[in-house]
Design a protein around this ligand. Structure first.
Ligand SMILES: CC(C)(COP(=O)(O)OP(=O)(O)OC[C@H]1O[C@@H](n2cnc3c(N)ncnc32)[C@H](O)[C@@H]1OP(=O)(O)O)[C@@H](O)C(=O)NCCC(=O)NCCS
Length: 299
């Protein structure tokens, strides 16, 4: 039987995902973040399949308005190993697809959900998920990667560079509560899709955001723990286009990596990149996981 997710399913869904997503580590905190802390969490779009009291399948859908277009996403999905290839994922997807159409979505994508996501696409080593996506009418349109940084690569010291930047009137420091309104407005103007992650990073103590100011005005930022808290998750970061190339990004990046190291992480993840040479040069970042992005038009 396929039905809407209930809160009391949480533990069973967690076990199901842990058993199925063998290339990932799913913690209760992560599942809670992906499910309930999604800014557009819609319980009707979270489905489970149940057999004799056991949860045998799970599929979370969500929609977002991205640059004037409503896009639907499969955000997490799994079917228990003993129950595969019997149509469960197909049934859950078909129900979601009808809901997505009704909600006015123009296309569906898989996992690469801006704002709050677990991974930015399908790791192609989940071969069944690729087969499923093709069979459901999706096409692969892009790939992306997560980089990893060995946090012992450097001490991430930035004071000399910061002094030099200060000589040019550029000041870098940790963001504080008082900066929140200005910072979120700056991000809204220049990097709108990242606002949510930065707001999430503000929940950390200390605030997991660093900023660059010129004439007391915020012109750049970097953040961590805005998604997938506890995994060493870096980003997002951005510098106003007119100030790029001055070394601001390097300092902003290193400040976050230093914090992630001090939190006890051995590795940092720089997800869904982006400027690989920038991260490789400044942080010794290496390409790690690769993800394929899939899309299915709904019209
Ligand atoms: C991907 C997954 C959710 C598919 O669930 P499922 O219930 O077995 O899928 P279905 O039985 O509904 O299959 C639907 C279609 O997908 C295709 N498909 C699914 N698994 C397949 C496989 N192992 N090999 C080939 N085709 C497959 C079939 O063609 C099927 O088409 P049909 O309905 O015309 O027969 C399941 O394999 C799974 O949980 N995998 C591990 C977790 C995972 O990969 N999650 C995604 C992480 S990126």
């Amino acid at each position: 039987m396929i039905r809407t997710y209930r809160d009391e399913d949480f533990g069973k869904v967690l076990e199901l995902l842990r058993g199925a997503l063998v290339l990932d580590t799913i913690t209760p905190g992560l599942l809670k973040e992906k499910l309930y802390e999604d800014p557009h969490f819609d319980r009707e779009m979270v489905l489970v399949s149940e057999k004799e009291g056991a949860v045998t399948g799970f599929m979370q859908g969500v929609t977002r308005d991205i640059r004037g277009e409503r896009i639907a996403y499969l955000k997490l999905m799994a079917v228990a190993p003993g129950n595969r290839k019997s149509g469960l994922a197909r049934q859950m997807f078909e129900r979601l697809e009808a809901m997505f159409r009704k909600a006015g979505a123009t296309k569906v994508r898989i996992f690469d959900v801006p704002l709050n996501y677990f991974q930015p696409g399908i790791d192609p080593r989940y071969t069944e998920a690729l087969c499923f996506a093709w069979r459901m009418g999706f096409e692969r349109f892009d790939d992306t990667t997560n980089l990893v940084v060995d946090l012992n690569f450097s001490d991430w010291e930035t004071s000399e560079k910061e002094l030099k930047l200060a000589g040019d009137g550029i000041h870098i420091r940790r963001a504080s509560e008082e900066d929140r309104v200005e910072l979120l407005r700056f991000i809204e103007d220049e990097f709108a899709l990242w606002r949510h992650e930065v707001a999430m990073a503000y929940r950390c103590d200390p605030v997991a955001v660093h900023i660059a100011e010129v004439n007391d005005t915020i012109r750049g930022f970097s953040a961590y723990n805005g998604n997938n808290v506890g995994t060493g998750w870096f980003g997002p970061m951005g510098t106003s286009s007119s100030l790029r190339g001055k070394g601001i990004g390097e300092v902003l990046l290193k400040r976050c990596l230093r914090d992630l190291k001090e939190e006890g992480n051995k590795m940092a993840i720089i997800p869904w990149v982006g400027p690989i040479p920038f991260y490789a040069h400044h942080a010794g970042a290496r390409v790690d996981r690769v993800f394929w992005r899939f899309e299915k038009p709904l019209r």
